[in-house]
Every structure is written in structure tokens, then in C-alpha cells.
Design a protein around this ligand. Structure first.
Ligand SMILES: [Zn+2]
Length: 252
């Protein structure tokens, strides 16, 4: 038994019994951990919003290696972005990014670069109006950090690098140039050259440094949809937040 301090972002929480709340928290120090907040629902000094997804917490607890849930002794809310929680669209994107981290990381597996990515994305979410771009950008960086980002410079089928219009094969997440796509009778809408530039540039760029104008937001929405399908396919998981982001949309 060892006393640990950690700073973490709540990924998911649910009520546990009469007064307790259990939560999955992505900590900077130890990766994803499962915690029990005892008496949180009845506490006067500790707000219930402390366990809401997206909240940043400082935690003190005794770490028991053999326990699935660590009981929190002290907690302090260090950041909760009201501007996100007041905007339904931002809430959907918040849940998408939190779920992406939750579904692609294991418990007790420290991942500081992913933590920093998530913390920066939540800061940006509270101020940006380009929420779709942010989620697409976040997904590409997450893929880079997981080492599963493909080479967008060349067609995944014929290898040519001078293609402009293309489709995305979401099972491998490889671009396929327009002539290869036609040869295979792919009926999907072709994506544009600015989107190719975006895919090649985003993984080595900060969000604030991405150009604001191109590509158009509806193409980024197409891209985000393919990205979410790829993540689901690669990690054999289902992103529940995808339904919120793309309600009413046909499967590509
Ligand atoms: Zn090709």
C-alpha cells in the first residue's frame, strides 16, 4: 500500500450504490485508473460535478495493487470548463475525445503524450468554434501517438504521390487515388486535394497553427466519420459518441 498523488481527467463516471460514484480517470502520472469517490453524492464540501466527464482533478489515494477500484481520500477540482458544458455540440465532441482515449488505452499504462494531447484539446474545445476540425485533428494525433498513422503521401493501392482527389479505405485508413478508386468501382464521394494537404500536415502541427479556411468543414466532417470508423475497426470497439456526432448519417 502506497500513497499516491495524481492529476487526472475524468473519462467516464457512474453512480455506485446510494452515495458513491465510480469513475475512470486518465491520470498524467499512471495512465488510466479506476477510482471510487465515497459519499460524493451526499458531500457538501465536494461538488458532484467533480466526477463529471472532462473535469480535471487532483487526487490523493492509497494505491492497492490488487484492487480494481482505488478509494480517493482527497480530491480537488483544478479545472472545469463551463463554456463546454453549456454547449451541446461541444459536449458531444468532449465525449467523443474522452471515449477515444478510454477505448484505446489500458488501465495503469502511463501515457504522458496522450495525456498532454487530451489536456490541450480540452483547453482548445472551450474556446474554438471549429469543433469538428478539433475532433478530427485530435484523432489524427492520437493515431500518431499510437503509431498507427498511415502514409498519406502515396496512394495505398498504386503508390503514386501526385494524386489529388481520393477516397479513404477505412479498414486500413489508406488513401486511394481517383483512378484506383474508379477501377475498383468505389462509389464514395471523392475527397479533395486540400484534405490531402490537411492529412499530411495535421500530425506535425499544433491545432492553432492549422489554416482556418481550408478544407471546408463538411469535408472535415466526412474525414472525422472515416477516422471514427477506422478507430472502431482497428481497436475492435464501438464509439457510442459517434452516434451523437453523426446522428442520421448513413454508413459510408
Ligand atoms: Zn492509385
Amino acid at each position: 500500500m502506497e500513497i499516491q498523488k495524481a492529476t487526472g481527467i475524468v473519462l467516464y463516471s457512474r453512480r455506485s450504490g446510494e452515495a458513491d460514484v465510480s469513475a475512470r480517470v486518465f491520470t498524467r502520472e499512471y495512465g488510466k485508473r479506476l477510482f471510487l469517490f465515497k459519499g460524493l453524492k451526499k458531500s457538501r464540501s465536494r461538488p458532484l460535478s467533480a466526477a463529471e466527464p472532462g473535469t480535471v482533478l487532483d487526487l490523493v489515494y492509497y494505491y492497492h495493487e490488487n484492487r480494481e477500484l482505488q478509494v480517493v481520500n482527497e480530491l480537488r477540482v483544478t479545472s472545469r470548463r463551463e463554456s463546454v458544458h453549456a454547449d451541446l455540440k461541444k459536449i458531444f465532441h468532449l465525449y467523443y475525445m474522452l471515449e477515444l482515449i478510454d477505448r484505446t488505452t489500458g488501465t495503469g499504462d502511463p501515457a504522458l503524450p496522450l495525456y498532454n494531447l487530451l489536456a490541450a484539446a480540452l483547453d482548445t474545445l472551450s474556446t474554438t468554434a471549429r469543433t469538428v476540425s478539433l475532433s478530427a485533428f485530435f484523432t489524427l494525433h492520437l493515431m500518431r501517438l499510437h503509431g498507427i498513422l498511415p502514409d498519406f503521401a502515396r496512394c495505398g493501392n498504386c503508390g503514386r504521390t501526385d494524386y489529388t482527389r481520393f477516397v479513404l479505405d477505412f479498414t486500413r485508413f489508406l488513401p486511394m487515388c481517383d483512378s484506383c478508386a474508379r477501377g475498383r468501382g468505389a462509389g464514395r464521394r471523392l475527397l479533395s486535394a486540400p484534405l490531402k494537404e490537411y492529412l499530411m500536415r495535421a500530425p506535425s502541427t499544433r491545432f492553432g497553427e492549422m489554416p482556418e479556411d481550408a478544407p471546408p468543414e463538411d469535408e472535415i466532417a466526412d474525414l472525422l466519420f472515416f477516422l471514427a470508423l477506422f478507430i472502431e475497426n482497428y481497436f475492435h470497439t464501438e464509439l457510442k459518441s459517434k452516434a451523437m456526432l453523426f446522428s442520421g448519417r448513413e454508413r459510408a
